[in-house]
Design a protein around this ligand. Structure first.
Ligand SMILES: [Zn+2]
Length: 241
């Protein structure tokens, strides 16, 4: 029984290594996803800002055209005032010129405000383009790292897979089936029993059961979590029995 339990312990160690690889890859992929999401968020923001810039520029152009039109109308009305045949006509033309001048002033003011708006949006775009560049670089280097590490892990896995095959040869077929069954349900198939407690589920084991576990005649499973138990007397190091 001792050699069987030793082989199971070795198997559990190998499987723990596999789980660590899985966790590492999952974490790396998660980070990559986050970076990709950041990059696409900032790309969308830039698209929105560029649309905004087009709109502000269009409005500014419109205000400039309107101010120019008003200038032409002012010239025409001024001309009319100069050739007015009587005071009434001249006063009317002069009033028109005043109204038009006010309107032009308003359009020029608006064009100036929009010009400032254009500058602000451009600044913001420049800042976000800088952020985008940095993030895209970070993403690229992270992608390289993940692909390198994924390849490394694939190689390591193959090696460990071979070692695992050797270990499984040492385990009795019925015990191996039991081990794999528990592992597929629980993630881990083996638990240490220390000071009368199963460390897989932290449930206290019945004293007689625990006593038997110290020199087991067969594989013993935790009555609570059903993991295969490896006894470790209090104060001892890792299980060697
Ligand atoms: Zn348990």
């Amino acid at each position: 029984m001792r050699d069987q339990l030793e082989a199971l312990q070795e198997l559990a160690k190998i499987d723990r290594g596999f789980r660590q690889f899985d966790a590492e890859l999952e974490e790396l992929r998660g980070r990559l996803e986050e970076l990709r999401a950041d990059v696409s968020r900032i790309r969308e923001l830039l698209d929105r800002e560029k649309g905004q810039l087009d709109e502000v520029e269009r409005l500014r152009g419109q205000a400039v055209v309107e101010a120019t039109d008003l200038g032409e109308r002012i010239t025409r009305s001024t001309g009319r005032a100069n050739v007015a045949r009587n005071t009434r006509e001249r006063d009317a033309a002069t009033r028109e010129v005043e109204v038009l001048r006010k309107e032009r002033e308003e359009r020029q003011q608006r064009a100036g405000d929009l010009e400032k708006g254009v500058g602000d949006v451009r600044d913001s775009i420049a800042r976000h383009e800088e952020d985008f560049k940095k993030l895209a670089e970070a993403l690229e280097s992270e992608e390289k790292h993940v692909s390198t590490r994924t390849a490394e892990i694939a190689v390591l896995r193959e090696e460990i897979e071979r070692a695992r095959a050797d270990v499984t040869k040492k385990v009795r077929a019925d015990i191996l089936r039991k081990y794999e069954g528990i592992r597929s349900r629980k993630g881990t198939a083996v638990a240490e029993a220390i000071d009368g407690v199963c460390r897989g589920c932290n449930v206290s084991l019945p004293p007689q059961f625990y006593a038997k576990l110290m020199a087991p005649l067969d594989v013993m499973q935790c009555p609570s979590c059903l993991r295969i138990l490896l006894a470790r007397p209090a104060g001892a190091g890792a299980v060697t029995s």
